[in-house]
Design a protein around this ligand. Structure first.
Ligand code: C2E
Ligand code: CA
Ligand code: CA
Length: 970
């Protein structure tokens, strides 16, 4: 659709009819041809035309001219639109010409007399008057300035024209005889006639000249006028040169005048009727176009447009309004406007509307702000209304522009929602200018950073950057280059100081890609970092004791190896395993066990230097890495210190628990060059230490390499041997004899294992293994049964002796041990006093509390308890009186070589004396020489056991031996 401006400009130039150019050419040709024709006729002197066709033709020409003159007048009279004074001069002028021509036609000599007697003179005078008027009118039309002619004056002008013309006609009619003659009696022009004719010609020439002068610069629009003037001139030429009533020239002159009048009529018609009509048409089409434009504008307007009449009825509603409210045009037109309001507001609106109608200017119309409209389906529509007054066809109407603001409302709600998310976010949200000047901070951020009214630069909120975090200018620089930066940094919080945060910085640019501002969202990571640290700690530390775990340990060992390699002293790896920790767990429960572990770890930790590492390796195993040592002595000193620290019992609740440990030491770099081998070697050394007796330490020795591997195999083999009972296990017996008589007092059952794979395995080797693996309980049961069987067999064979059975403290700790043992003894028909139980000193002293009850019960049954290997443990002599025992077996270590080791002799002597005082029997083990036996005898020892008398022997051999002796013994 064209904009209104273009519409108005598109108006065609209606003052220049298209045919003008053709008429112009015709005009020039006419002048040329007419002039040439006139001259030819002057010289050729053709004869007069035949009356038969010349008379009617000239009559027709005359009346045609009269008619055309009248038509020219009528065109002017009935002009459309604004009439121009030029056209009116033409119209009224030619009315006069027409009247004179008409009167002249009536006054021809060939006609009956008109008013006065018709003469040639009378007709000619009228004719000249008409031609003079026509030429004058044409000159006036050209001379006259273009001026508007008032239509209401046309009656007056008509009257004046008619009056003047009729006056002229009347004058000529009445006085033609008295007027100076224009032709003489011969029909030739008089001087007066010639003068007037020349005047007419001059007027026409002046007209032509003026036209050329005026029209030249306008590009000759006056084609029709030119034809008219030319026609008149040619006609005049013919009359001037060859005029006689019956002449051909006269006839041609009339013909050229017809041509001129036709052209003038066309001009008058064009100017007065056709052009105004075309103009009107154009205006109408422009109006239509404008109307359509306005209609489209309203129909297609993006806002609803509603027109309501003074009675409140809807008279028009555009498409958008119908769409918004869900109505069709038919539904809405003629309805009260309240139909578009929510029910609750209708009545009030109606009364307000009628008030308004009564005093329309009391309230200014205009924007009403946001209100709710009611749609056809009853839903409410948020709208913004602006009102205006219009008058349509004399009726005052209200026009309302109704803007649907639902989408905008939603957008606003969304915005508000988003803003509330920002405002309530626990994350810190900032916005700043490109110069980092803060423009927005959400409440969380304002509180955390104590941001008040004062100007703040965002970079000042960052903490002084540590080695790992980038300075703020680097962060913002990255955001500027890449659009976004995300990473971690540290901010300086008002109350909490430096805190780790994750940040996202977004750089915002305007339409020209110029950096406008930044937004920054920061999240407090302190909790997460705390968790991470905790997790990292958990991953590397034991949860119970808080000690480093294996992971850290391996690292530290590797560091220690590294240092040692670089010559910074030795390092020691001490593998510490709590002795009998399983028993603590089993008897006191896991909580107590945990407490023991914590206490132990504390105690151990206190023994260590800075730079040493104590780690919990698993269950009851601890590892110490001690770097920077000078020699082996330093390593053993640490081991001793650790054992000493554990020497004091631990108080768990009300129970005192004595804890002991065995330690294996691996020296770095001497014994190992990797963490793995160091651990494995320390472990092996620890096992050896255990086997040697608990509460000790051992250094790793390469010659024992492989022991541990074997241990696992052996333990499995032993287990199978016990379970299958396929003869691999057997009991040997070693008698104990009285020094004086040499009598066999008792026989000690000693376990033997002949493994098909490993051959004879000594009990020193497999008994500790059985204890570690828990197999000792089954193994002990097997020994007990076998010993009882043998003793029962001997008794049946009449051999009476006591059977000494070695038991492990593990067995003694079993709550039902006394009961089971008693049962086993009774089942074999034996008396309890025939059984002596040997328990090693170290084991018994360590677990006195847990074994006291069983010991008491066994003694109550009548069984004897012997303390084996006495002297190797830690119990002091003073301790002895408190122990529930009947017999002491002095360890081989003191007995062997007593004849020449003086300190042993003193010890044994003191022992014997003390035992004597306490009423405890004493026996010396491992007597191999007579010399030693002699000393023992001197010291008052009454019984001995050793190879000097009997080696351990099989059941049959022992039976035989005892049968030999028994008559005497019995
Ligand atoms: P033990 O109870 O001290 O047994 C005495 C050990 O000394 C026996 O070694 C025995 O053969 C050895 N022996 C005896 N007289 C002499 C001597 O004059 N010179 C030397 N050098 N050794 C002598 P064996 O049989 O190898 O037993 C070693 C240890 O194994 C025993 O020491 C005992 O603690 C343990 N054991 C043996 N059988 C059993 C058993 O059935 N149950 C338990 N729990 N332990 C057992
Ligand atoms: Ca023994
Ligand atoms: Ca012994």
């Amino acid at each position: 659709m064209a904009p209104p401006g273009a519409l108005l400009d598109a108006r065609t130039d209606i003052s220049a009819p298209p045919e003008e150019a053709g008429w112009l050419t015709l005009g020039w040709w006419l002048i040329a041809a007419g002039t040439l024709g006139g001259l030819l006729m002057l010289f050729a002197q053709p004869g007069p035309p035949a009356d038969a066709w010349a008379h009617p033709l000239s009559t027709a020409f005359r009346y045609a001219n009269v008619s055309l003159a009248l038509l020219i007048f009528l065109s002017g009279w009935n002009h459309q639109g604004h009439a121009s004074s030029r056209e009116m001069v033409l119209a009224f002028g030619f009315l006069g010409v027409g009247v004179l021509d008409f009167v002249q036609a009536l006054s021809l000599p060939t006609m009956p007399d008109f008013v006065t007697s018709n003469t040639h003179q009378k007709a000619l005078t009228l004719c000249i008057a008409a031609r003079l008027l026509a030429a004058g009118v044409l000159l006036a039309r050209v001379l006259m300035p273009e001026r508007r002619f008032e239509r209401e004056h046309r009656g007056g002008w008509l009257a004046i024209t008619l009056a003047l013309t009729l006056l002229v006609a009347a004058t000529i009619l009445s006085g033609h005889a008295t007027l100076p003659p224009l032709v003489d009696s011969l029909g030739l022009r008089t001087t007066t006639g010639m003068l007037i004719e020349t005047l007419v010609m001059l007027a026409l020439l002046a007209t032509l000249f003026l036209m050329i002068l005026r029209e030249r610069h306008r590009g000759w629009h006056g084609g029709l006028l030119l034809v008219a003037v030319a026609g008149m001139m040619v006609a005049e030429l013919h009359w001037l040169l060859r005029d006689a009533a019956a002449d051909l020239g006269h006839l041609l002159g009339l013909g050229f005048k017809v041509v001129a009048c036709v052209a003038l009529y066309r001009l008058a018609h064009l100017r007065n009727l056709r052009m105004p009509w075309m103009h009107l048409q154009q205006m109408r089409s422009e109006l239509d176009e404008k109307q359509r434009f306005l209609d489209t504008l309203i129909t297609e307007a993006p806002d609803g447009v509603l027109v309501v009449d003074e009675h409140g009825r809807i008279v028009s509603a555009n498409k958008q309004l119908l769409n918004d409210f869900g109505y069709s045009e038919a539904d809405l037109l003629g309805q009260p406007v309240e139909i578009l309001l929510p029910a609750a507001q209708r009545q009030r609106h109606a009364s307000e509307r009628s008030n308004f109608a009564q005093a329309p200017y009391a309230r200014p119309m205009g924007a009403m702000g946001a209100v709710s409209g009611a749609c056809r389906d009853g839903s409410l529509l948020p709208v913004e209304i602006s009102l205006g007054n219009v008058t349509i066809e004399g009726h005052r109407c209200a026009v309302a522009f109704v803007r649907n603001i639902e989408a905008r409302r939603k957008l606003e709600e969304e915005r508000a929602h988003l803003l509330s998310v920002l405002e309530e976010s626990p994350d810190w949200v900032f916005q700043c200018t490109h110069e980092l000047k803060l423009t927005y901070a959400n409440p969380a951020a304002r509180e955390a950073f104590a941001i008040g009214e004062q100007a703040v630069h965002l970079d000042t909120l960052f903490a002084e950057h540590a080695a790992l975090s980038l300075p703020p200018e680097a962060l913002f620089g990255s955001a500027m280059r890449n659009g976004v930066f995300s990473g971690e940094s540290h901010l300086r919080c008002a109350s909490r100081g430096r805190i780790p945060v994750s940040i996202v910085i977004v750089a915002h640019r305007d339409a020209h890609d110029v950096l406008e501002r930044y937004s920054l969202v920061a999240r407090d990571l302190s909790e997460r970092v705390g968790w991470e640290q905790q997790l990292a700690h958990n991953a590397t530390h034991d949860s119970l004791t808080g000690l480093p775990n294996r992971l850290v340990l391996t690292e530290r060992i590797e560091q220690a190896i590294d240092q040692a390699r670089r010559g910074r002293g030795l390092a020691a790896l001490l593998f510490l395993d709590l002795d009998n920790f399983k028993l603590i767990n089993d008897t006191l429960g896991h909580n107590a066990g945990d407490q023991v572990l914590v206490e132990v770890s504390d105690k151990l930790q206190h023994c260590l230097r800075q730079g040493d590492t104590l780690a919990r390796f698993g269950g009851d195993e601890f590892v110490v890495v001690a770097p920077g040592l000078r020699d082996t002595e330093d390593a053993t000193a640490i081991a001793r210190k650790l054992l000493e620290a554990l020497d004091h019992p631990v108080l768990i609740g009300e129970t005192t628990v004595s804890v002991n440990a065995s330690i294996g030491i691996c020296l770095i770099p001497r014994d190992a060059d990797s963490a793995e081998t160091a651990m494995s070697h320390a472990d092996q050394a620890m096992y050896r230490s255990k086997r040697a007796g608990r509460g000790h330490f051992r250094l790793y020795a390469p010659e024992h390499d492989g022991d541990t591997v074997l241990d696992v195999e052996l333990a499995a083999e032993l287990k199978r041997a016990v379970r299958d009972d396929n003869g691999e296990l057997s009991l040997h017996y070693q008698p104990e004899v009285a020094i004086g008589s040499g009598n066999i007092l008792c026989v000690e059952a000693l376990l033997r294992w002949n493994s098909p794979r490993h051959g004879e395995v000594p009990p020193d080797r497999f008994v500790p293994l059985a204890e570690e693996t828990g197999l000792i309980l089954e193994l002990g049961q097997w020994v007990m049964t076998r010993a009882c069987q043998q003793l029962a067999a001997w008794q049946q064979a009449g051999i009476h002796t006591r059977m000494a059975i070695n038991i492990s403290v593990h067995e003694l700790k079993q709550p039902d041990f006394a009961e089971r043992l008693g049962k086993s003894v009774s089942e074999h028909g034996l008396t309890f006093d025939a059984i002596e139980l040997e328990v090693t000193e170290t084991a018994l002293v360590q677990s006195l509390e847990s074994t006291a009850e069983n010991l008491g019960r066994l003694r109550a049954l009548g069984m004897r308890i012997a303390l084996d290997d006495f002297g190797t443990g830690y119990s002091s002599l003073a301790h002895l009186s408190t122990l529930p025992i009947d017999k002491l077996k002095i360890d081989r270590e003191f007995v062997n070589g007593i004849s020449h080791a003086l300190n042993n002799r003193f010890i044994v002597e003191a022992l014997i004396r003390l035992a004597d005082q306490l009423g405890i029997e004493v026996i010396a083990e491992g007597v191999e020489t007579h010399a030693d036996l002699g000393v023992l005898g001197e010291l008052g020892c009454e019984s001995v056991q050793g190879w000097l008398f009997h080696r351990p022997m099989g059941g049959a051999a022992c039976t035989e031996l005892m049968q030999m002796r028994s008559p005497a013994d019995a």
